[in-house]
Design a protein. Sequence first.
Length: 214
Amino acid sequence: MMRRAGVDPSEHYRRLVVRTPPEPSVLAGLGETGSPDDGEIAMRWLSHPRARGRVEAIRAWRRLGVTRRTLLVPLLEDESAAVTRQAVAILRRDAVVDAAALRALLSAANPSHVRFAGYRLLTGGDAWQRLSTDLQLVADPDLRLRGHARADLTAWLDHEAATAYLAPGRDRAAAFEYLVEEARPVLGEDKTRLLRFHTGLTPATDRPRLHHSA
């Protein structure tokens, strides 16, 4: 409609976006009509005071061509679940976040949506990171995390394990062994046996049993 009236819509949104703070709809419009050079303008509003504004700033940035994805990392701890979802959607494309930082997001002290953001990114990594994260959370008190972890382990065993060809190093095997045995009461004997087999752990009949204190 603006173009039919001889108005460049991107120029219209550029004029509005300098207002403090711009309306979320203005950021959305800039993302839809702007050029890659407008990415810097959208980036300024990743700290928009309204959650909807931060969401639209991320979306605009993505449409205009995100290059500095690490700037989205602080938004993984945003108070809004909608904001963390948008940040995860972009960060899942590249391994730009340190795994230790992501594991810190899983802390039970964090809000559920922050923990889920960490889970999504960790399970998007290599198979060992994915499986270790799932095992860590199969008995978690958070219903959504627990459900996703169990479903993802089942999906891996059913559809990917047979062609995974995994072989743990000594250090990784020891850590993974502990997680598998901790998850045994939840996984059951059949899934535990399959998981041990496909990840190259010593068969249950050939390994020492782990003793847990009462």
